[in-house]
Design a protein around this ligand. Structure first.
Ligand code: 8YV
Length: 323
């Protein structure tokens, strides 16, 4: 039997490249001089796509009539229209679970960096300023603080566990209350008003666009710290720059940006923002585990007829798969 054809629109990590090459007939679209011609010529063959960041919308899906599965690298899949895929009978998978601890570690690291101004203190030392004067005491401490988690999912829970170990008390806002011991706030402004640290872990996409706006930042208040390890689109970046400039909030630690890798020039100028280049899950072991789950979703689907980790928009399709 011939091997199923898997399309890779863009470059992916070694684990995905090696794993797909071992099991499938692979099209490396980014290496082609004329990707449109390749897509048109091979459209009938392509049974799956493995992707890590390419936008996949209805128009893209319509070009691939034999497509059955889109295996996405990463837990967030806001670049993929999973609803449009479901309407066309195409299952989408992501890589949940294997990156929770890594992203939670980054979130706590970024919180420490932001609250205690560690990058600024290190810059002070490297600039030779320590011999002139001690680095100023920071206004913020993590002792006795409260963290509000926006989006208490798997990564949110891993962050909550770490925060508790730091002696930080945890509250959260989700659309629905969960069966957890943390205090629940039914609206985001109420959560923001009640906490010292607002931790964003909610998925991106249209539904959560600019959820953290000027009103939420005002509610967080002058001692408030904003941390975002989710998607830049969740925050109204213009409003954030203004809130940081006017000290409406104390500081922000950001791993993600609205137009990344472009970063708002206003953020770059501010001394009360700590900025990381989207490194939440960026270790070799974790990225390899994510890559392996992409490959495993593909092989499991083509061997057993079911994917391992479908997204919720694909739930009905998966339920109706032949046993
Ligand atoms: C990765 C992420 O940076 O999983 C996600 O949703 O944002 C990160 O783990 C991203 O998937 C890399 O392409």
């Amino acid at each position: 039997m011939s091997r199923p054809t898997v399309l890779l629109p863009g470059p992916m990590n070694e684990t995905v490249l090696a794993g797909t090459a071992e099991h499938f007939d692979v099209i490396r679209l980014w290496e082609s001089d004329d990707p449109d011609a390749v897509l048109a010529e091979r459209a009938q063959d392509i049974a799956a796509v493995a992707t890590g960041g390419t936008t996949i919308d209805g128009a893209f899906l319509d070009r691939l009539p034999s497509l059955r599965l889109v295996a996405s690298f990463g837990v967030g899949y806001d670049k993929i229209d999973a609803q449009a895929a479901a309407e066309r009978g195409v299952i989408v998978t992501n890589t949940p679970g294997v990156l929770d601890d890594e992203v939670a570690d980054t979130a706590l690291g970024l919180l420490l960096m932001t609250a205690r101004e560690l990058p600024q203190a290190e810059r002070h030392l490297r600039a030779g300023a320590w011999t002139e004067r001690a680095y100023p005491l920071t206004k913020a401490t993590l002792n006795g603080r409260t963290m509000g988690i926006l989006g208490l999912g798997r990564i949110g829970e891993a962050i909550a566990k770490r925060a508790e170990a730091f002696g930080i008390s945890v509250a959260y806002h989700n659309r629905h209350r969960k069966d957890v011991a943390y205090r629940y706030y039914p609206t985001l402004p109420e959560l923001a008003a009640a906490v010292d640290i607002l931790m964003i872990v909610i998925p991106g996409g249209d539904e959560t666009r600019h959820l953290v706006d000027a009103e939420v930042l005002k509610a967080l208040g002058a001692d408030g710290i904003l941390i975002n390890v989710a998607r830049g689109t969740v925050v109204d970046e213009e409003a954030l720059v203004e809130a940081l400039r006017s000290r409406t909030i104390l500081s922000a630690g950001l791993d993600v940006f609205e137009n990344e890798p472009e970063v708002h020039p206003g953020l770059l100028e501010l001394d009360n923002a700590v900025l990381l280049p989207h490194v939440g899950s960026a270790t070799i072991p974790t990225r390899n585990a994510m890559g392996q789950l992409v490959v495993d979703n593909l092989t499991h689907y083509f061997t057993h007829g079911t994917p391992l980790t479908p997204v919720h928009e694909s739930a009905d399709l998966v339920r109706n798969l032949p046993a």
